[in-house]
Design a protein around this ligand. Structure first.
Ligand SMILES: NC(=O)c1ccc[n+]([C@@H]2O[C@H](COP(=O)([O-])OP(=O)(O)OC[C@H]3O[C@@H](n4cnc5c(N)ncnc54)[C@H](O)[C@@H]3O)[C@@H](O)[C@H]2O)c1
Length: 445
């Protein structure tokens, strides 16, 4: 999207500079706004001020530097400074999973508590974090109790749909902007912030607060359900000798079904889908909606079973025991395009293989540092070739393009045995087989 425009921008703050918040802050600056971003993590703030993104996201660091140089973007650890900076405050802090599966809203409440006492005049507080339905109203009450008289802060909900790996593009050219607001005036004011996107044809859908909160949870639950449905069909294929790849290929021709989010394999992971499915399930249970709670619980169970099935398949290929088997791993990021290993199915599988006595050596184009922080016990290799050298078995666990393009003859020359498991349904089976590999995949004969 061409973001050049001579109209003056708004003064906007963003609280939380994780995967969502930093991208949002940078993209708001790219849209021409003056942005101050605040985070309690002084290390992240220092990195961002130095033009370094604390995580890998294609194109983000370049835009961060551009906007720092342009003077439209800066960072602080002070909520008081943020409160005085402008009239629009976006909340982008984490909403991780609580031990009981529900969403832990403590970061959100802490951010609101830190901001509210310093608000000086009327302002809009826009929540972007993914939250259970009802959170926005609870937050509005909390802020009203803590803000000085006359601050008149209105809470609106503006859920975010960006995907790691394409976050910048998703933020600058979203499919839609969803806005939950209790008043039309609040909705109209937020339109100013997104005016450039709206002028470029991005639809803005205005609704009540509860529906906006539900849109995000429902979208993630729907995507997760599609993936678990196809992975449950992969289990049917395993039990009957059918081929899930051929099955999906045929299903996808039905335009009501389509192909997206129907790739069988290791299932979903990351910092969003797993926790959001569980949080939505917790909300459903709380509301007495047992059927939805059970459905989402099964979606989660099927998803986690993909990881066990991948390890079972590896054990089977190894002849019943993985003890002492050297396993080369292609990919540990939870998805390609990201260095995020939060709830990574790939990293989970690596840990399970190691627990069964396999000697696991891992490659990933960008996620080795984040994986090594979580699993320092695994071995890491700087190239795919090194990771698979002398391996008895190769597991393809994250669908990076470089693995699709890899020449199986080159890998075949350095491994000890040519066994490969494609747990992402992404490799060209014929190519691997003709290079002398025994080729295995979930849901396939
Ligand atoms: N990651 C994604 O792709 C994505 C996409 C859409 C929506 N979301 C949602 O966005 C939210 C944030 O996700 P994330 O992946 O960016 O999380 P994250 O953990 O990467 O980032 C959260 C940031 O908030 C900061 N923080 C915590 N408490 C704070 C406080 N009181 N004041 C200021 N900063 C504080 C943390 O230091 C951290 O930098 C979640 O609700 C998530 O579900 C994420």
């Amino acid at each position: 999207m061409n973001t050049d425009d001579s109209r003056p921008g708004a003064r906007v703050t963003v609280t939380g500079i994780g995967y969502l918040g930093l991208t949002h802050a940078v993209c708001l600056a790219e849209m021409g706004h003056e942005v101050l971003a605040v985070d309690t993590d002084a290390g992240k703030v220092a990195q961002a001020l130095g033009g370094i993104a604390p995580f890998f996201e294609p194109g983000l660091e370049e835009l961060l530097r551009k906007q720092l140089d342009a003077g439209r973007l800066t960072f602080t650890t002070s909520h008081a400074e943020a409160a005085g900076f402008g009239d629009f405050h976006f909340l982008c802090v984490g909403t991780p999973q609580a031990p009981d599966g529900s969403a832990d809203l403590s970061q959100l409440y802490a951010a609101a508590d830190a901001l509210a006492p310093h608000l000086a005049g009327p302002c809009l507080i826009a929540g972007k974090s993914t939250v259970p339905v009802g959170t926005a109203r609870a937050l509005a009450t909390r802020i009203a109790e803590r803000a000085p008289a006359g601050a008149r802060a209105e809470v609106i909900w503006n859920p975010e749909f960006l995907r790691e790996g394409t976050a910048v593009r998703d933020s600058l050219s979203p499919d839609r902007i969803v806005l939950g607001a209790a008043s039309q005036q609040a909705a109209d004011r937020l339109k100013q912030v997104y005016a450039k996107l709206i002028r470029h044809g991005v639809p803005m859908l205005v609704m009540d607060l509860e529906t906006a909160e539900l849109v995000k949870m429902s979208a993630n639950a729907f995507l997760a359900t599609r993936l678990s449905f196809i992975n449950a069909l992969a289990e049917v294929c395993e039990a009957t000798g059918a081929d899930v790849t051929a099955l999906v290929g045929a299903l996808a021709y039905d335009e009501r079904i389509g192909r997206r989010f129907l790739t069988p394999g290791l299932g979903y992971g990351g910092g969003c889908l797993p926790k959001d499915v569980r949080a939505f399930g917790a909300v459903a249970a709380e509301l007495g909606l047992g059927s939805l709670a059970t459905l989402l619980d099964e979606v989660d169970t099927i998803n986690l079973r993909c990881r066990s099935r991948a390890v079972d398949l590896a054990r089977e290929v190894a002849g019943g025991s993985l003890a002492g088997w050297r396993v080369g791993i292609l990919g540990v990021a939870f998805k390609p395009g990201s260095d995020d290993v939060r709830n990574s199915a790939s990293l989970d599988v690596c840990g399970r293989l190691a627990a069964e006595g396999a000697v696991v050596t891992v490659h990933d184009p960008v996620a080795l540092p984040s994986a090594a922080l979580v699993r320092p016990d695994l071995r890491y290799a700087e190239s795919a070739l090194t990771a698979v050298t002398d391996a008895d078995l190769v597991l393809h666990l994250t669908d990076w393009e470089e693995y699709r393009l890899i020449d199986p003859r080159v890998l075949g020359a350095v491994v000890s045995q040519r066994h490969v498991i494609d747990a992402r349904s992404a490799l060209d089976e014929q190519r691997w087989r003709s290079a002398g590999w025994s080729f295995h995949a979930l849901g396939r004969p």
